[in-house]
Structure formats: structure tokens, C-alpha cells
Design a binder for this molecule. Structure first.
Ligand code: AVI
Length: 311
């Protein structure tokens, strides 16, 4: 497919070109989430090795009443990176008279399908999906009640610490009600390694889907078989790093550019930071929140924090 000039002027085209021309090669993980990337991420959440989703759902289920009591009645929930909306259902069931749900996601198609399904299941709930990139500046529609953020899945871990602080600080300004946020905890490296190197290869497909997306949307000619999935824990930085490693010397064509890549060079596609409870609370405090409660599972794999904006 020959890309149109418009396509090559897109933000995604710039991000891909920059990723392949700068050394080391690096791109934001937000570009994983086209419709297929969102579908693959939902499949990751079902994998036996990927403990965060199950552990967080277990915590939400077990502590729903306590969480709802702390949040209080009549709030409008704003979910960041809403995806399939599976977790927020547990929260909505427990809340007293929620004023509505404003799910935000970068993947418009997936968001609208999930929101339409939720609206069918709960006709009395006011649901306003908003397809946007919440890492950029944006304006939200007028609030229908105190605004409470819901940011599950440890997506905060996909931001660099110097981005996570400012993002939380912006949330502290938007959310007069508070923020309920899921945070993955530092743990045994073998468990982390397995979670990002599943036996069925779904995470590898999710990682390579970035290249498939560039082929489909930008007319690039990535040969997916020439890129190996690599994910490993980096103990000093307490993060999982994900890369796509070139299996050979090759030249990739993208929007009129011929971009050489050497064997062994990688595109760094994602970081997933893991926190301690105290470490995350320090980050939240420095961003303008007051940590009020935290729920942790018995194995101490995952945490859910309830934060109020500091007065
Ligand atoms: C969305 N995010 C929190 C996931 C994570 O664990 O960092 C994305 C993911 N990448 C590979 N597997 C899951």
C-alpha cells in the first residue's frame, strides 16, 4: 500500500520515523493500542501468567464495600485507559448512586464498543465515552457530581517516573473526589519474567502488532518474522523492559524513507515500572495527593490505592 501524504504527516508516522532514526530506538507504548492491539491486550489479561488483572479484580471484589464507603455517594467516575470496562463494573456495582461514568481511551473503536455494551447492560447509568489521549491537554465535559478517577491495571507503570508525577499532578487538579489507582508491586523476577513472556506467545504478538499497525496504517514494509520479542526485568530500575530485536541486518521502508537496522539492534517499545507501596505513596504525595487507604493481596503482588487531593 502506498501511504498518502496525510498518513505520513500523522503523529503515529512521526513517532515511528523518530523511533527508527534515533539511537537507541524508542517509541511510546501508547501506539500499541489500535483495535487489534486492544484485543490482544484483553487476551493478555486472560493469560495464566499475567497475574495483575486477576489479582486486581480479586482485590476489587473483596474490598468493594470498603472502597465504595470511602469514595461516597453520587460521584462521577472518570476511567483513564478504560479498555474493556470490566473492572469498573465491579466498582459501579458497589458505589451508591453513581452520577455517571466517563470512560477515556485512546482506542476509539474498542472504547465505543465496550461503552455501548455497558450501556445496554445498565440502561439507568449515564455513560459518556471520550476517545482521546489523556497524556495530552484536553477538556472534559461538565461534571455531574464529585469527580473520582479510576486508573486500574497499573497503567501508571507504563509512564517514566518523570512523566508519572506530572500526570498524577494533573489528575489531582481534575479530580475533586479522589483517585482509585491500581499499582503493580515489585516482586520475584521469575514471576515478572513469566508474565511478559507467556507460553502462548500472546505478549509477543502484542509487541509485534506495533509493526503490523505501521504496515497497515503507514504502508511500511516490516517483515514481522525478522523481529524477536524480548522482555526482561531490570532490577536497578524496577521495571520490565519490552523490545523488538532485529534478527538480521535489514532496511525498513516507511513514508518514503529507507531506514537501515542492524542485527541485534532493538526498538524499545515499553517499560512497565513496579513500585513498593511506600514508593508509590511518596510519588502520589509529591503529585498533590494524600494517600488515604491501600488494599494489597495476601501475596503482596498488587496494590490498589485510594488517594484524595491534598487540600
Ligand atoms: C497496560 N499495561 C499496564 C500493561 C503492563 O503490564 O505494563 C501492558 C502490557 N505489556 C505487556 N503485557 C502487558
Amino acid at each position: 500500500m502506498k501511504p498518502s501524504p496525510d498518513t505520513c504527516a500523522s503523529e503515529f508516522a512521526h513517532a515511528m520515523q523518530e523511533a527508527l532514526t534515533r539511537h537507541p530506538h524508542r517509541i511510546s507504548p501508547k501506539w500499541f493500542y489500535d483495535a487489534e492491539g486492544s484485543r490482544l491486550f484483553d487476551a493478555i489479561c486472560e493469560l495464566p501468567e499475567y497475574y495483575p488483572t486477576r489479582t486486581e479484580l480479586g482485590l476489587l471484589d473483596r474490598h468493594a464495600d470498603d472502597i465504595a464507603r470511602r469514595i461516597g455517594p453520587g460521584v462521577e467516575v472518570v476511567e483513564f485507559g478504560a479498555g474493556s470496562l470490566r473492572k469498573v463494573r465491579l466498582l459501579l456495582d458497589a458505589l451508591e448512586r453513581p452520577a455517571g461514568l466517563l470512560p477515556i481511551d485512546i482506542s476509539a473503536e474498542h472504547l465505543h464498543a465496550s461503552a455501548a455494551q455497558l450501556q445496554r447492560d445498565r440502561p439507568g447509568l449515564f455513560v459518556r465515552p471520550v476517545a482521546l489521549d489523556f497524556t495530552q491537554d484536553f477538556a472534559l465535559p461538565a461534571a455531574r457530581g464529585p469527580r473520582v478517577g479510576f486508573f486500574p491495571g497499573s497503567s501508571i507503570g507504563n509512564f517514566e517516573p518523570d512523566e508519572a508525577g506530572p500526570l498524577l499532578a494533573r489528575m489531582a487538579r481534575w479530580l475533586d473526589g479522589g483517585l482509585l489507582i491500581g499499582v503493580d508491586l515489585v516482586k520475584e523476577p521469575d514471576l515478572l519474567h513469566a508474565a511478559y513472556n507467556d507460553a502462548q506467545g500472546v505478549t509477543a504478538r502484542f509487541n509485534r502488532n506495533l509493526l503490523a499497525r505501521a504496515n497497515a496504517e503507514l504502508g511500511a514494509d516490516f517483515n514481522l518474522a525478522r523481529w524477536a520479542h524480548s522482555a526482561f526485568f531490570h532490577p536497578p530500575l524496577q521495571r520490565i523492559e519490552m523490545h523488538l530485536v532485529s534478527r538480521c541486518d535489514q532496511v525498513v521502508h516507511l513514508c518514503g524513507h529507507a531506514l537501515p537496522v542492524e542485527e541485534g539492534e532493538s526498538i524499545h517499545t515499553e517499560n512497565s515500572y513496579k513500585y513498593t507501596v511506600a514508593g508509590f505513596q511518596r510519588l502520589a504525595e509529591s503529585a498533590g495527593f494524600r494517600p488515604e487507604a491501600v488494599w494489597v493481596d495476601s501475596r503482596r503482588w498488587f496494590s490498589i490505592h485510594w488517594l484524595r487531593p491534598a487540600a
